[in-house]
Structure formats: C-alpha cells, structure tokens
Write a protein that binds this ligand. Structure first.
Ligand code: BYC
Ligand code: FE
Ligand code: FE
Length: 470
C-alpha cells in the first residue's frame, strides 16, 4: 500500500508496475485537464488557492495544505487500506464468500452502470458550480468552493481508475463519455436529474452541498460495503473527503439562517430583505426544493434494481457491517403508497425497499441538521421553525411522482398544489432576489451582509487569511 507521490498520477495502487493502465490513464489525463479548463471554475485558474491535497490514506495525516493553482492540483488515485486480508462479501446471496478483486463476468454490466452513475455526478457538480467564483461572499467561502471542486475532480479520477483497470475497452469509452456529457445540456445531459439543476447562486450552493453531497455520503457508504473490493476501498476513501463538503453545506445554511434571525431579532416588524439578507421563508422554500430534488437520487421506493444489487453483494445498506441480518430475506418494509385517492401502505420484501432504507438514514440526518438550524434561530430569540419537508413532496420520480402532496406529506389536489406553489417552492422572484445579493466580497476578513462569518478559519488559519492569492 505504499504511496507514490512523484508519479505523473499520485497513487497507492502501484500504477508504475502496470504500464498498460498507466498509459491509458495518462492518455485520459490531458482530456480531463482540458475539461477542467473549459468546464471547471470560471476564472481563478491562475490564482494560488490554499487547498488541501490527499497525500496518504492514514486516518490522521492524509491531507497536506498549501497554496496551489487549480490546474496543477495533484489529483490522485487512493484506495483505503484493505479492512482485512481475507475480507468476505458482507451481505446478499453470497454473504460469507471471499470478496472479488476482479469483476465477476455476470456482474460486469451492473457494476459498470453503478460506477458510471457515481462517476457522472462528480464532474456534473463542478459544472453546476462553475460560475460561483464570480460572486463568493468571502475569500474563505471562495476557497471552500474550490476545495469542493478539486475534490469532486479527484472523485472522478477514483471512478475512472476503476473503469480503466477493470472494464477494458468499455471502461475507457465510459471514461471518455464522462468528459462529454454536460450538466443541463438538453442533448447530452448528466445522468441523474439533480445534477442538471442550475446552481448559480450561493444559497443554492450551500443547499446543494447540504442535500446533494449528503446523498453522495449515503450512496458512497452503501458502495463502500460492496463485495467488489476495489470499489469498496475507493469509495471508503472518498468518504473522508466528503465530510468536508457536507460541513460546508450545513454550516453555510446555518450562517445564512443566523444572519436572518439576527436581523429579525433587531427589527421584529421590519422586512429582512430590506436589510439585504435572505428571509427565513425564502430559505424554507430553498430547503423544500433542494431536499425534494436530492431525495430523488435514492431511486424508486420499490426497486427491483436495488434488490438485484443487494442480492449480488454489490451495493449494501448504510453501515451494513453493523446490521444483524445480512441476507434480508425474511423481513418486509411498509412503503406508503397511493391507492385510488388515499394514502395507504404496501408491505414489500426488504430487499426491494433498500433504496427506502437508505433514504430513511438520509432523512434522519437532514432532520438532525435542521434541528441545529432551529437551535440557532431560537438562540437569537426568534420564534420560527424550519422544517425538512415530507419525502413525498414535489417528486418527479418514484411512487409519489404521479400525485400531489403538501410539504407535510398530505395527499392534495393539483389545484391545491398550484395555489400554494409560490408559498412552498422558490419563485422566479425569490431567485431573482437571491441573485441580486450575490456580489463578490474579496477583501480578506470581510463577508457579504447576508451571511454570518464562520466561527473559525480553515485549519487554524485566521478568518482574514489570504485564502486565495491575487
Ligand atoms: N434521475 O430502480 P430505480 C454524489 C433511474 S451523489 C434520473 O429506482 P436504482 C455527489 C434509474 O437509473 C451520489 N434517473 O433505480 C453529490 C433507472 O433507470 P433505467 C451518486 C433516475 O438503480 C454531490 C430508473 O430510474 N451515486 O456522489 O435502484 C456532488 C429506475 O430506478 C434517478 C449514486 O447514485 C434520478 N434521480 O436507483 C458530487 C450511486 N433515480 O434503468 C457528487 C450509484 C433513478 O430504468 N447509483 N433513476 O434506465 C445507484 O445506486 C442507482 O443508480 C440509483 C438509482 C440509486 C441512483
Ligand atoms: Fe464526490
Ligand atoms: Fe462531495
């Protein structure tokens, strides 16, 4: 597991001894860089940014902090250390068999599809965020944006390595295609819906890292249980980087919420918007939008695909290794569904409901974060409660897509939804207002009015540190 940092592609997968693989990746590298230059952050490619770079897989010291120009970032290929020398498949029909170190022929299509879907989200998010550097609320936030962007680039490398090493010519073609699709493009869009949504204001950025990156955490967690060992270890290491993305989102929303509550406390009868900040009802509508979009990323409530992934030992549950019953053949799961014009539930075999089981963990995590935002609001003496909407609200895929629901999850008519739409989801006017606040704030230590400064800087550096050099 030794780490080579001097190779053209830093890695701990012994690339230098596999010439064919190394050459294939070295051929892909310039295409990645030209994608980064055209579709990555708009501007700032020549600036020095204070970034962390993965240099090892040791829990304590895997990252190194320094000034780097983004195109010179050392995107590397790192697998987490093996959990044991004789790791066994942890769930499904083959639980207890040795894990695979190569792709079993019969699982090739399935694995390729999962890896490509995962991979596609990484460059998609960089494309979605590409314009945000023009309007960051501070240098601290600007640097965090770029940190997230380069790490999503590294996640793409992690998946492309698997495609190149284990899927031959098909894998190389998929790796090329990953640089050809474009977020939001009507002819060749990114695969999953959320990754085609515009993310061109900073409230959306924080919502995205809060809700969409958090889907990433749970999906990666499920893949890190995989019986295909290289996938398990690649995703396990990606999770160490992911924690920061989630913190950017959760804390970013918290800082915006705090600013609004502060203004409300000072001027109880005034309008928050008049103070150049974002009012809590608008924040609630953004939560409703981004949560309902991100919740789609878990797939259908009742899914034969998910049951197949689980049976095959390819994609497990969150913390599968902590579950008792790894076969999941006996239990059933009650999925709320609509029958006629009423909400009832259907009992389905647990394996067909594993998307929903994963979604449960995700929803709980979102509710925990929301409770913290509410603590921030009440600590400032303001009476207002933000809520995570029902998972049935505003769906376009899955069991609820054909029906209308309120944010509380009640079945309602299309007319009722239409009448309340502007109360529940961001309107054009909301978006235009939020966009109007987006002006860059690039003096070290200064912050845009609509967001509170964070409690502390990055890794011990002060808040007025020159996180991005000019
Ligand atoms: N949009 O049986 P179902 C991240 C399709 S985020 C469009 O439920 P399954 C990140 C589905 O493909 C994590 N289409 O499917 C975050 C299927 O298509 P076909 C990304 C969708 O497979 C921020 C059909 O509907 N990782 O890392 O059980 C920044 C039937 O659906 C959507 C993964 O997703 C959608 N939202 O579930 C950067 C993990 N949802 O076969 C990065 C890998 C479903 O009918 N992917 N469909 O053509 C998977 O595990 C599964 O593919 C899914 C879907 C959970 C996404
Ligand atoms: Fe990622
Ligand atoms: Fe991420």
């Amino acid at each position: 597991m030794s780490v080579s940092l001097s190779d053209s592609i830093p890695n701990n997968v012994d690339l230098s001894s596999d010439r064919k693989l190394l050459r294939a990746l070295e051929r892909w590298q310039p295409n990645f860089l030209s994608w980064w230059q055209t579709m990555g952050p708009d501007g700032f490619q020549e600036n020095e940014i204070w970034l962390r770079t993965a240099i090892s897989v040791e829990p304590g010291g895997w990252a190194h902090y320094d000034y780097v120009r983004m195109p010179e970032y050392r995107w590397g290929i790192f697998l987490a250390p093996p959990r044991s020398d004789d790791r066994k498949i942890g769930f499904g029909d083959r639980a207890g068999d040795p894990v695979w170190r190569e792709v079993p022929g019969e699982l090739r299509g399935m694995l390729r599809r999962l890896i490509v879907t995962q991979a596609d989200t990484e460059p998609a998010s960089v494309e979605q965020q590409r314009a945000l550097g023009q309007t960051a609320p501070s240098l601290y936030d600007l640097r965090n944006l770029f940190q997230v962007n380069v790490e999503e680039g590294r996640h793409l490398w992690a998946m492309v390595h698997l495609l190149h090493q284990y899927f031959g010519r098909d894998g190389r073609e998929e790796a090329e295609a990953l640089l050809m699709r474009r977020s939001g493009d009507s002819d060749r869009p990114r695969i999953l819906s959320t990754f085609n949504e515009p993310t061109d204001d900073w409230l959306s950025f924080f919502m995205f890292t809060m809700f969409a990156d958090r889907d990433g955490k749970y999906q990666l967690s499920a893949l890190s249980e995989s019986g295909f060992d290289p996938l398990a270890r690649a995703t396990q290491f990606m999770l160490t980087e992911e924690a920061f993305h989630l913190a950017v989102g959760e804390q970013g929303v918290d800082r915006i919420v705090q600013r609004s509550a502060e203004i409300m406390a000072r001027d109880p009868n005034g309008e928050v918007r008049k103070h150049q900040a974002i009012d809590l009802p608008t924040i609630q509508r953004y939560i409703n939008f981004w949560f309902s979009s991100s919740i789609e990323l878990f797939g259908n409530e009742i899914s034969a695909n998910a049951a197949d992934y689980f049976a095959a030992g390819v994609k497990g549950r969150h913390h599968e290794h902590k579950q008792d019953d790894h076969r999941a053949l006996g239990p059933t799961y009650e999925v709320p569904i609509v029958e006629g014009d009423a909400l009832t539930s259907r009992s389905v075999p647990l394996r067909n409901a594993v998307n929903e089981v994963l979604r449960d963990d995700y929803v709980k995590d979102c509710e925990r974060a929301c409770a913290r935002w509410n603590e921030s609001i009440s600590a400032l003496g303001v009476d207002y409660t933000l809520r995570i909407p029902s998972r049935r609200f505003n769906r376009t895929l899955g069991a609820y897509a054909e029906h209308c629901f309120s944010p509380e999850g009640a079945l309602i008519s299309a007319a009722e939804l239409a009448a309340s739409r502007a109360k529940w989801l961001p309107s054009e006017e909301d978006r235009a207002f939020v966009r109007s606040l987006m002006v860059p704030c690039y003096e070290p230590g200064t912050f845009a009015n609509w967001i509170r400064p964070p409690k502390k800087g990055i890794r011990g550096a002060p808040l007025d540190y020159q996180y991005v050099k000019w």
